[in-house]
Design a protein around this ligand. Structure first.
Ligand code: WTA
Length: 648
């Protein structure tokens, strides 16, 4: 056991040391062609690429030009037809205690059966399909079956409501939607099919719906449109994997940005596959016999990359969990780790903080000695949560792999790299860039900032995991990500680099919130509030929250005719039903006026500053033409209004 105040070296036989990290990293930056050539052999290819990187259409980068492969083949077939055929690909568990173990061979059978059914429904390479499922085996199966036949899938988080589904399906033009009767969450049954039926009223592209029977609740099946999954998937049908071009799209994943509508981030096959598999190995160094538990939802990028593609490509065994981590009791997560002898746990700071609040007695009551490595993702981890995770969960002997990355980056970007070599960890720092990632922090003057100074984080070089585009969003791709400094990729995050070269991520520099690690745009929430139909104006911002990281605060002006005591409740209900609970603001304050610019833009910055009791900064652009004093009075009145409404 190592001294807990000096948490290194962790299990020295596993950690090659920081010296090796530096040599691998330097090689990746100085000789990228050679580096990415050997990195690509983590996959099997039908035919080799002509060249590694094509930059002719900058900032669209193309990787492994003319290379042909199939990611379903890589994730499933090569294990199912080889030495891992009887190995568990997934140990599925849910909060009711149900369990299902699916071997690689079993996964192969399931994927082929669904791929055959999709082909029979007329789905072909390049068609789009949507997946709206709970965390059940059929979710990875649907993604892999799509990848097998070359259909481009979009997974929609099962916590989203009908508007959010319709928005995404309409944007990508999915022909097929795969869902379930329902899912389980905190002892409740979530009516997924019912939500899909409502969403379909405003969707014109979907021709068929496949429904998995999971909860067994009564649902409505439409003749000629809706098919039971178990009735159309028959064993014994094999489907030859489609030979995909490295740069063909694999999936579209919608994520929030600075504009109202979510953006459909497109990932390709070759570069994405190479990146997710290598980054999992570099960062966590998983072993053949490990049980890997990425406790995210498949509806987000973390689940796509590290529940589905990377662990399967590497032939690992994953725990797949449906339900809440503190249901039916606060020790649910520790129970699963102990019972299934999980070796690596990868979860979010929000989950850690929430479980920490229940008290140490819960993890202490369970045998967590199987854990060897811990990881976090999605938001900055505060040192107190880091220490608790390190001491109480990892028993002061497991390194914490704090992985910084984004939907757009495909896989980890900045993270301790246990598989290559790590130095001392610092609680709250994602430490050093992974191979190929060339980060730089830029100040207001457009130049690199000094050590310890805050600035915007950019990546100077492309890497294979980078998205290949945005669905119907060429202009956004160019301007939001590559429109600031030459060909540098803009992350949207603030960061600091310390004297040891370690990166500290400080949160988003744009209109994106991280609420419980979920990515939500302030403007998206404002749009949801406005579409309730009873609100004239809305301003939304995030405030620090001890467990969730950030919480959503909103200020609204009701339409005159809509003022009523129940207005706020009906807005909450509307947002929950239409968009999903994630978008419901924690606070909705009614006011009579909102600070706006002369052109009518609501000034969230000022509302937030006044709300937080800070000096609101530059107010000269406010709408009112009166003197600055008058503006201050307006803000004063506004502040009194806040106090009055907050107290009511
Ligand atoms: C934030 C999630 C600090 C960051 C994989 C980023 C983090 C956004 C970390 C992307 C981390 C993610 N430390 N911040 N380890 N990981 N973030 O697209 O603000 O849901 O830009 O991808 O999450 O969120 P997304």
């Amino acid at each position: 056991m190592t001294d807990k105040m000096n948490p290194l070296p962790f299990n020295t036989s596993m950690n090659p040391g920081i010296g090796r990290y530096h040599s691998v990293y330097n090689e990746s930056i100085e000789n990228p062609e050679k580096f990415y050539d050997s990195a690509a052999w983590i996959l099997d290819w039908y035919s080799r690429w002509d060249s590694i990187l094509d930059k002719r259409d900058e900032p669209y980068y193309r990787w492994y030009i003319n290379g042909k492969l199939n990611l379903c083949y890589n994730a499933v077939d090569r294990h199912a037809n080889g030495g891992r055929r009887n190995k568990a690909a997934y140990i599925w568990v849910n909060e009711n205690g149900a369990e299902k173990i699916v071997t690689y061979r079993g996964l192969y059978k399931r994927v082929n059966a669904l791929a055959r059914a999709m082909l029979e429904m007329g789905i072909r390479k390049g068609d789009r399909i949507a997946i709206y499922l709970p965390m059940i085996i059929e979710e990875p199966v649907a993604m892999l079956a799509a990848a097998r036949i070359g259909a481009v899938f979009t997974v929609i988080f099962s916590g989203f409501g009908k508007e959010a589904i319709a928005e995404r399906v309409n944007d990508c033009g999915a022909k097929l939607l795969i869902t379930a009767d329902g899912g389980y969450r905190r002892g409740k049954v979530i009516p997924l099919k019912e939500t899909v039926d409502m969403a379909l009223e405003t969707i014109s592209t979907v021709e068929s719906v496949i429904v998995v029977k999971h909860t067994g609740q009564n649902i409505n099946m439409v003749e000629g449109r809706d098919y039971w999954y178990h009735e159309i998937t028959n064993d014994g049908h094999e489907v030859e994997p489609e030979r995909m071009d490295s740069n063909d799209p694999l999936f579209i994943l919608y994520t929030s940005g600075t504009t109202g509508k979510p953006k459909g981030i497109i990932h390709g096959n070759g570069g994405y596959g190479v990146w997710v598999a290598n980054t999992l190995r570099w960062a966590f160094n998983p072993l053949e016999t490990d049980r890997w538990w990425c406790a995210a939802d498949i509806g987000w990028i973390t689940g796509h990359s590290y529940i589905v593609f990377a662990p399967l490509i590497l032939g690992l065994t994953s725990v797949l969990y449906e339900g809440s981590f503190d249901y039916p009791s606060p020790d649910q997560m520790w129970k699963i780790i102990s019972y299934y002898e999980v070796d690596i746990l990868y979860t979010s700071p929000t989950a850690i903080r929430a479980l920490m609040k229940y008290g140490d007695e819960h993890p202490i009551a369970h045998n967590l000695s199987s854990l060897r490595v811990l990881g976090t993702v999605g938001e900055p981890i505060n040192p107190a949560a880091w220490q608790w995770y390190y001491e109480k969960i990892g028993n002061s002997r497991c390194p914490i792999i704090d992985t910084y990355w984004q939907t757009e980056t495909g896989g980890f970007a900045i993270s301790p790299a246990l598989g290559i070599g790590i130095g001392p960890l610092k609680p709250g720092s994602a430490t050093l860039p992974l191979p190929g990632i060339d980060p730089v922090i830029i100040g207001q003057d457009g130049k690199e900032v000094g050590e310890g100074e805050k600035g915007l984080l950019f990546f100077r070089k492309p890497w294979p995991g980078l998205m290949i585009g945005i669905n119907k969003g060429d202009e956004k791709y160019r301007s939001l990500y590559f429109g600031k400094i030459g060909s540098y990729y803009f992350t949207g995050d603030y960061a600091i680099k310390d004297k040891d070269g370690y990166f500290w991520l400080l949160g988003r520099a744009d209109e994106v919130l991280k609420v419980s690690g979920h990515r939500i745009g302030t403007i998206e929430v404002e749009d949801a509030i406005l579409s309730s139909g009873i609100v004239a104006e809305a301003g939304v911002f995030g405030k620090p929250h001890p467990v969730k990281g950030e919480s959503i605060v909103s200020f609204i002006v009701l339409k005159q005719e809509s003022a009523s005591d129940s207005a706020v409740d009906s807005i909450r209900k509307f947002i929950r039903d239409s968009y999903g609970p994630l978008f419901v603001p924690d606070e909705i304050h009614q006011v009579n006026l909102l600070p706006k610019t002369r052109s009518g833009k609501i000034m969230r910055r000022i509302i937030k500053a006044v709300y937080l009791g800070q000096i609101p900064g530059d107010v000269t652009t406010l709408e009112t033409e009166a003197s600055v004093d008058e503006i201050r009075d307006a803000i004063d009145r506004f502040r009194k209004e806040i106090i009055r409404t907050a107290g009511s």
